[in-house]
Design a protein around this ligand. Structure first.
Ligand SMILES: NC(=O)c1ccc[n+]([C@@H]2O[C@H](COP(=O)([O-])OP(=O)(O)OC[C@H]3O[C@@H](n4cnc5c(N)ncnc54)[C@H](O)[C@@H]3O)[C@@H](O)[C@H]2O)c1
Length: 324
């Protein structure tokens, strides 16, 4: 049996859930956790009978940790990733990779310079139905792509926005960069590079700096059009929707499940590829086989570029060209 790879998790809000994922993934071993909230760190450490820290720098000095999982507010991912890389640790960061493209680039550069791996956790990509859609598009089963749409309508309470959420510095934006980023990542993955965007963001029902409703109109490089809508002004959380169609067929998902699938003509069979089941497996495979994680830093940056394009377009009131 191969030696287990040690993980340390920083940030124990949703990070507590990721501790569970690490501990349940064969080949990974949860070694320590860190949170500036000592009570929280103590509680999670006791659950797994492991060590805890309130200063992540101290956790980085452990030799039995090979992977740091960054689960702190989004505007802290860069600093923590770079510090971890400098200590020779591989890094998984949750979404979004960071809140600016400059910081994301610094993370990617530093991890490369230190010879460590960087993975970004976009868990929807590991979902079977989404992989099926991706493969169908690669196989041209839907023909020439015409339109890709994503829509997320959720509720977030005023209390939710009392902390770091909805701030430019730590959230980097609002309903697009935080809640809708998974669907934006999927859209970009399915449809390919984006050439230009026109965006509009607004604040309707919360006292926040950033948007609680954002929209983008996209032109993909392949000629297809796209739309993005993400809001936390709705009355309840409804399943996020994705719809893609081309000139030979289309697909619709609700909450990552295929609800409609149509192909006119012959459907080319999908290939059974061995995709990892979650980002922890992705990182384990990358370390063992010394290859890039499937969703590496560059891949994780793509959705951020689309969101930043929408924000810039909204600010300037004109179409923005993307460089990807
Ligand atoms: N993949 C997903 O679906 C998903 C879901 C929720 C959140 N997230 C992401 O996870 C990150 C955290 O979000 P959250 O909802 O868990 O936030 P949260 O506020 O609930 O938790 C963040 C935790 O980080 C801790 N923290 C802050 N500064 C720290 C520091 N310097 N050192 C150590 N710990 C520190 C806080 O005390 C807190 O416990 C965000 O980037 C968010 O986008 C991803």
């Amino acid at each position: 049996m191969e030696k287990e790879i040690g993980f340390g998790v920083i940030g124990l809000g949703m990070g507590a859930n990721r501790c569970e994922m690490v501990s349940r993934t064969s080949g990974a071993k949860l070694v320590a956790v860190c949170d500036i909230n000592e009570e929280r760190a103590k509680e999670i450490a006791a659950r797994y009978r492991i060590d805890y820290y309130t200063d992540y720098h101290k956790m980085l000095s452990r030799d039995d940790i090979q992977v740091i999982y960054v689960m702190t507010p989004s505007g802290m991912h860069g600093e923590m990733t770079i510090e971890a890389a400098k200590r020779g640790k591989n890094v998984i960061t949750t979404k979004p990779i960071e809140v600016t493209l400059e910081k994301a680039d610094e993370m990617i550069r530093e991890c490369k310079a230190q010879g460590v791996k960087l993975a970004v956790d976009f868990q929807s990509r590991y979902v079977r139905d989404n992989i099926r859609i991706y493969q169908a598009i690669q196989n041209k089963n839907f023909g020439k792509l015409i339109l890709g749409e994503v829509r997320l309508k959720w509720y977030r309470s005023p209390e939710y926005y009392e902390g770091w959420h909805g701030t430019w510095k730590l959230d980097g934006g609002g309903s697009l960069i935080n809640q809708t980023i998974h669907q934006i990542d999927l859209l970009r993955w399915f449809m390919g590079p984006v050439e230009k965007v026109f965006g509009q963001i607004g604040i309707f029902s919360h006292k926040i700096e950033t948007e609680d409703l954002g929209m983008g109109l996209l032109n993909f490089k392949n000629g297809a059009f796209g739309t993005i809508l993400g809001t936390t002004t709705y009355f309840e959380d409804t399943p996020p929707l994705i719809e893609i169609h081309g000139d030979k067929g289309g697909v619709k998902t609700e909450g990552n499940k295929i609800k409609f699938w149509k192909i006119t003509g012959e459907e080319r069979p999908l290939e059974e590829e061995n995709f990892p089941h979650n980002v922890v497996e992705d990182m384990l495979q990358a370390i063992r086989e010394d290859k890039e994680p499937w969703i590496n830093g560059e891949e994780g940056r793509k959705s951020l570029e689309v969101v930043m394009g929408i924000y810039e377009s909204s600010r300037k009131g004109r179409i923005v060209k993307l460089l990807n």
